[in-house]
Design a protein around this ligand. Structure first.
Ligand code: NCD
Ligand code: ZN
Ligand code: ZN
Length: 348
C-alpha cells in the first residue's frame, strides 16, 4: 500500500506546554489531529477548572491560521482536589478528565498525589459524574527497579482502585509492559489504555545504541522486546480498550542533553506517521484507523471526526531541530528517514 486515507485521528495524551513552546509545537499536532487530551502538568499545574479554561484560551490563541483543532482539557489532581472541583469540571463542558500523577513519578509531578486514599471522595464523585481518571501508572518508591515500576503500580494501586471504585472510568496512560496490556485486556469495563509510538517501535536497547541517547529517554522508560511485542499485539488487536496517545513531550535541547536530563520524547511532528510505520511493520495497516480515529472518541463519549487525512508512502527526514522559543527542540528521528508522510487534510 502506498496511500492510506483514514478518518482524521485524535491524540488522547499530549503535552502542549505553554507560551513560546506551545506556539512552537501546536502546529504539528493541529495539522494531523482534530482533538487532543491536553495534559495539565504545567508549572504551576492546571488544578482548577478556571485554570483549565485560561489554558484552553491560550491554546486557541496560539492556533495557526486556518487550523481546526479542539483542545480537550484535563485537571491535575493533588492531595487537596475537592469533590466540588469535579462538579465544576463536569459543568464546564471543557474538562474531559482528571490526571493522577503519583508525586515524583515524572516531569512536573511534584505537586501530584502522595496517597490515593486521600482522594476517595473526589474519585467517587468522578465515578458518579462519569469523568474519566487518566493515570501515570508508576510507583515512585525508589527501591523498586525503574523497569518494574509500572507492573508494581498495577498490583499495588491500579487493580485495588479499579475494584474499590467500580464505576470509575480509568485510562491507563502510555502503557509500556506486557503486564499492563494484559491487565487492561482482562479488566472490568471502563478501563482503557493509550499507547505511544515510541513504545510500539523501540526497546530499551535504543537508549544505549552506540552511546547514551537522551532524546529517547521518557517515562515510563522503554522496556524489553517482549513488552513491545505485547503492545503491538494490543494496538493491532481491534480491541477498543487500546487507543492512540502520543505522549509527545517537548523539552528544550539543553534540558535533554544534560547531566540530569528531562524525561520526554517529542513526536508530534510525525504523530500519526510513526504509528503507520509500526502498524505496517506488524502487517496491520488496516487496523490503524480504528486505533487512531475511532476507539478514543468512543471511549470519551465524543463523536468521531468526519473529515480525513491521507498518508503517502514517501520517505522524508525530520530536521535536526525545530525552533522552540529561544531554544531548539530535537524531534524524535531527527536526521533519520520516516517512511510515511502526511499528504493533506481533506474536508469531507
Ligand atoms: C512527560 C512530560 O515531559 O511532561 N514526560 C514523559 O517522559 N512522558 C510526562 C509524562 O507523561 O509522564
Ligand atoms: Zn506520564
Ligand atoms: Zn505524558
Amino acid at each position: 500500500m502506498t496511500r492510506l486515507t483514514i478518518r482524521r485521528p485524535d491524540d488522547w495524551h499530549l503535552h502542549l506546554r505553554d507560551g513560546a513552546a506551545l506556539a512552537a509545537v501546536l502546529p504539528h499536532t493541529a495539522a494531523r489531529f482534530a482533538r487532543a487530551i491536553v495534559m495539565p502538568n504545567l508549572t504551576p499545574p492546571v488544578t482548577t477548572t478556571d485554570a483549565a479554561a485560561s489554558y484552553r484560551a491560550r491554546i486557541l490563541a496560539a492556533m495557526p491560521a486556518g487550523a481546526r483543532f479542539t483542545p480537550l482539557m484535563t485537571l491535575y489532581l493533588t492531595d487537596r482536589t475537592a469533590p466540588a472541583e469535579i462538579d465544576r469540571a463536569r459543568a464546564s463542558g471543557i474538562v474531559h478528565g482528571c490526571k493522577l500523577y503519583p508525586a515524583g513519578a515524572t516531569t512536573h509531578s511534584d505537586a501530584g498525589v502522595t496517597d490515593i486514599r486521600r482522594l476517595d471522595a473526589t474519585l467517587a464523585r468522578m465515578a458518579d459524574t462519569g469523568l474519566p481518571l487518566q493515570v501515570h501508572g508508576e510507583v515512585t518508591v525508589t527501591d523498586v527497579d525503574v523497569f518494574d515500576r509500572e507492573a508494581r503500580f498495577i498490583d499495588t494501586v491500579l487493580a485495588p482502585l479499579a475494584e474499590r471504585v467500580p464505576n470509575l472510568r480509568i485510562v491507563f496512560e502510555h502503557i509500556t509492559t506486557r503486564a499492563a496490556a494484559e491487565f487492561v485486556r482482562d479488566a472490568r469495563s471502563g478501563i482503557a489504555a493509550t499507547i505511544t509510538p515510541q513504545h510500539l517501535l523501540l526497546t530499551r536497547n535504543a537508549l544505549f545504541a552506540g552511546g547514551i541517547r537522551p532524546h529517547l529517554y521518557c517515562l515510563p522508560i522503554l522496556k524489553t522486546e517482549r513488552d513491545r511485542l505485547a503492545l503491538i499485539e494490543a494496538a493491532v488487536s481491534g480491541n477498543p480498550r487500546y487507543f492512540l496517545g502520543t505522549d509527545s513531550a517537548p523539552h528544550a535541547r539543553h534540558a535533554k542533553e544534560s547531566a540530569c536530563g528531562c524525561a520526554g520524547i517529542y513526536s508530534a511532528h510525525a504523530g500519526i506517521e510513526l504509528y503507520a510505520e509500526a502498524f505496517e511493520a506488524a502487517g496491520a495497516l488496516n487496523r490503524l484507523e480504528a486505533f487512531a480515529s475511532h476507539f478514543g472518541a468512543d471511549y470519551y463519549g465524543l463523536p468521531r471526526n468526519t473529515d480525513s487525512i491521507t498518508l503517502v508512502k514517501s520517505p522524508w527526514t525530520p530536521p535536526a531541530g525545530y525552533a522552540f522559543g529561544n531554544d531548539t527542540l530535537v524531534p524524535w528521528r531527527a536526521g533519520e528517514a520516516l517512511s510515511w508522510q502526511l499528504e493533506a487534510s481533506v474536508a469531507s
